[in-house]
Ligand binder design. Structure first.
Ligand SMILES: CC(C)(COP(=O)(O)OP(=O)(O)OC[C@H]1O[C@@H](n2cnc3c(N)ncnc32)[C@H](O)[C@@H]1OP(=O)(O)O)[C@@H](O)C(=O)NCCC(=O)NCCS
Length: 167
């Protein structure tokens, strides 16, 4: 089935996005990071307040991934016209919708945006313990360019790979 990509603009959409993020992150991340770290990261990066700031002040674009008007996930990006890069900040699907080709449809959508802006690279960070996502990104043609340990405050660290896809 074909996904619809709905730009997140209104307060209602931001609320919906925040509750979706809360659900997906708590469904997915425990096992890779502690529940305490998930709680902290959701509040810091994906709460209604944090998302509003990212969207209205920091140039992030979020899209709800919809199937028959049901939100099954979301994607967040930042277009960097100066460096000609698209930062793929967030890509999350609800568990029951994984493994069905929706992530690849989303990647095609993102490549379309990057091409429209004449960008050269799509890049992302991914937790080093997130093996499935790393495999998916490699399958799409991403390569690991760096490893980093990002201090995200409160004593928490994200052990990430930085991966790039050349357009
Ligand atoms: C990451 C995520 C969006 C990927 O979506 P998904 O539905 O699981 O991805 P799929 O299983 O459909 O795989 C996507 C592609 O990678 C391929 N792939 C999957 N696992 C693979 C593997 N181990 N080796 C090689 N290719 C693989 C699939 O065949 C598919 O390619 P295709 O569309 O050309 O057939 C999803 O798993 C998710 O939301 N995970 C939880 C949150 C998360 O980790 N987000 C990323 C944070 S950086």
């Amino acid at each position: 089935m074909k996904l619809q990509f709905i730009p997140v603009e209104t307060k209602e959409q931001i609320c919906l996005l925040a509750s979706l993020a809360d659900k997906v992150w708590h469904e997915f991340f425990p096992g890779i990071i502690t529940v305490e770290q998930v709680d902290y990261m959701v509040e810091r990066f994906q709460s209604e307040k944090a998302l509003t700031k990212q969207i209205t002040k920091e140039g992030y674009d979020y899209f709800l991934l919809e199937l028959n008007s049901i939100s099954i996930g979301y994607v967040g990006i930042h277009i960097e016209e100066d460096t000609k890069k698209l930062f793929l900040s967030k890509l999350y699907l609800l568990k029951s919708y994984r493994g069905k080709g929706y992530a690849s449809q989303t990647f095609e959508f993102l490549k379309g945006i990057a091409t429209a802006y004449q960008l050269k690279v799509i890049y992302l960070t991914v937790n080093r313990g997130n093996g499935h996502s790393v495999d998916v990104y490699k399958n799409w043609g991403f390569v690991t360019v760096k490893e980093e340990a990002a201090d995200i405050g409160n004593g928490f660290v994200m052990d990430d790979y930085i991966m790039e896809y050349a357009l």
